[in-house]
Design a protein around this ligand. Structure first.
Ligand code: PLP
Ligand code: COI
Length: 356
């Protein structure tokens, strides 16, 4: 933990807002950026003061360690605006803690909680008009930190840059998602960095995911690296499976990201009276359940994807469809979590966080 004594956040506003160029009724995911960003540099063993500046390019030396050794981690959060124009975050301290868990694993200095929360709140106040109110959209928030120090020596950087950038965004997936259960490649391994939101974890998924897309799937379901017999998670989501009336999700481990949506869904489902099991799921169990009709639902859960229903999965050269049923859990759970996020319902768990 780095102790910082003072906190002063300077705000330099843009001279020319881009907001009138944006079609808020037709937002893609993560491709439009707000007018400002938060930047904070680490040098001489400490974090300097965070500042809010106009959204702009970053200039780095070609030897900057981020380019060579991938020393970088990130977070994904959202800000929501309610019918009374109030701005809300969802469990933001979980993201703040998790980016430091990720940073520690990548030998990046931890970022002080006050810098994260005050920097984020100041940025949201400055860019609050960018938070969309159209149905299903929100302001996607991307905090990230990377090695900005120079040198080809394969060792941790002496300089880092922490940025928070924001993007008014629509849905992450367009429609239903068909997934391929991966049998060859691995996303993570025991003792590795799978539990961290390290940029390299995602780069390593792109090639196997491209192969799956070429075969007609949208997403890979990762299995354990040793036996490929256990379902672990999707590229950017944790996985839930409903067999009969039981909702099952795998336990987290050093190979799996401890998703904030996942743990919220577990609590909401229990509150709904749904039988929830957190235990390992084998591919064999999934295939058997699909074959005998016990597999009722599968969905991914994550900040960007919220709850994304999975319509079927491929395993080897076989495809398994998950037939439509009435009384699905996914829409109930999605409504419960988004009603909390958008301040449309009571928040008995105390997860909502008002940005004043
Ligand atoms: N798993 C991976 C690999 C992810 O990138 C994400 C997205 O953040 C998740 C799971 C879901 O985590 P959360 O619900 O905290 O967004
Ligand atoms: C998120 O859900 O916020 C993520 O970080 C996923 C991302 C890779 C799009």
């Amino acid at each position: 933990m780095i102790m910082q004594e003072t906190l002063t956040i300077n705000v330099e506003k843009t001279k020319k807002s881009k907001i009138n160029e944006v079609d808020f009724s037709n937002l893609p995911f993560g491709q439009v950026y707000t007018d400002h960003m938060m930047v904070c540099n680490f040098a001489d063993g400490k974090w300097e003061q965070p500042k809010i500046i106009p959204y702009q390019n970053i200039s780095l030396d070609p030897s900057a360690k981020i380019f060579h050794y991938g020393q970088s981690v990130f977070e994904g959060m959202k800000a929501y605006k309610d019918a009374n124009d109030q701005v809300w975050l969802f469990r933001p301290l979980e993201n703040q803690k998790r980016i430091n868990i990720s940073s520690k694993r990548l030998a990046i200095p931890e970022f002080p909680e006050a810098y994260f929360m005050e920097g984020l709140k100041t940025l949201l106040q400055v860019d609050r008009d960018w938070i969309p109110t159209t149905d299903g959209s929100s302001l996607y928030i991307r905090p990230f930190v990377f090695a900005s120090g120079n040198g080809f020596h394969a060792s941790p950087s002496d300089k880092y840059t922490f940025i928070i950038a924001c993007s008014p965004s629509g849905a992450y997936f367009g429609g239903k998602v068909k997934v391929l259960i991966e049998q060859t490649y691995s996303r993570s391994a025991n003792g590795g960095v799978g539990y961290a939101k390290a940029g390299g974890n995602y780069a390593g998924q792109f090639y196997p995911t491209q192969l799956a897309i070429e075969k007609g799937y949208q997403q890979v379901i990762w299995t354990d690296d040793t036996s490929h017999e256990y379902i672990e998670e999707a590229g950017a989501m944790n996985i839930f499976v409903r067999i009969g009336d039981t909702l099952i999700t795998g336990p987290t481990s050093d190979r799996i990201l401890d998703g904030i949506t996942r743990k919220s869904i577990i609590e909401i489902a229990k509150d709904e009276g749904i039988n929830v099991e957190v235990r390992k799921i084998t591919v064999n169990e999934l295939v058997t359940a699909a074959e005998n009709g016990a597999l009722k639902e599968m969905f991914g859960a994550g900040t960007a994807a919220v709850i994304s229903p999975i319509s079927g999965f491929g395993y080897g050269d076989k495809d398994f469809d998950i037939p439509e049923i009435a009384d699905k859990f996914a829409p109930i759970l999605k409504k419960r979590i988004t009603d909390i996020q958008y301040n449309r319902a009571e928040d008995k768990f105390g997860w909502r966080y008002l940005v004043k």
